[in-house]
Design a protein around this ligand. Sequence first.
Ligand code: PMV
Length: 324
Amino acid sequence: MSAPGTATARAQPNIALVKYWGKRDEDLILPVAGSLSMTLDAFPTTTRVSVDPALDEDSFELNGAPAPAAARARTVRFLERVRELAGASARARVVSANEAPTGAGLASSAAGFAALALAASRAYGLDLDAPALSRLARRGSGSACRSIVDRYALWHAGTDDASSFAEAVPAPDMRLVIVTVDGSEKAVSSREGMRRTAATSPFYPAWAATTEQTLEEMVTACAAGDFEAIGQLTESHALRMHAVINASMPPVRYLAPASVAVFDAAASLRAAGVSAWATADAGPNVCVLTRPDDAAEVAAAVAPLGAVRTVGPGSGARLVDSAQ
Ligand code: PMV
């Protein structure tokens, strides 16, 4: 049992099949359209929050060392929101560790803020239901609202703070073969990339207008277990996201030649009758979506292109024993 005022939570990253790119409210983090993702069964972040009235300020330790200033500032802002909800003023000690390989694009803020939302809300005595927890996580990082949810999450864009949250949707068992082609830090953060795209890309209105339609088609395909449709929508939507990004000014390009090679490998696999569709976030690394039965063949085919790790659907944020 945890001491009163202390809670530990664990959450994993998620990969979107229908992407979130662009906010219509920067402060509330309301997205321009809804999105759909798979919560991964790998790369957990575990976070312990201990409320301590003796502290003068919040502290944040990440992977065994004091967190960098920017990460600490974001965490303090998030704790302020939790204190506001709880009507509390005491500061907290946050200790967090993540198991994502550095540079795989998975040391994500999604797992971090999903775990922090659950641990901090409990440590401050709040017992939020799943939608309220998802809304809280969203304020830390948009995509974090989806890591609250088990397996497959649909983030409703919503029209205000209360209506913008993620919930579970039915979908068939899938695998993602993650191909890390480049482990370095991305040059343009997703926050800045989104701003730039929304402000300057001439394709942005079309992206915003069509994503809800794609999302509806994806929800239908997932409910029907139509793998072919899920795969096509996934790859097409990822390419659309990179197209709208690529049209920004000053230019931004996240995909590298090695990323494109993975998209080509997925196309070759499909031509040979293997289920394989590629997707990529705001970085050069690529995930290949496949049926569980094809995962080993896909992993072997893309192994020459980068470091490979196959993942499946996993649990949303949950409380764990702090001794773990
Ligand atoms: O939640 P953020 O600000 O890290 O944005 C995530 C954006 C993408 O990963 C590129 C797409 C998505 O839906 O996860």
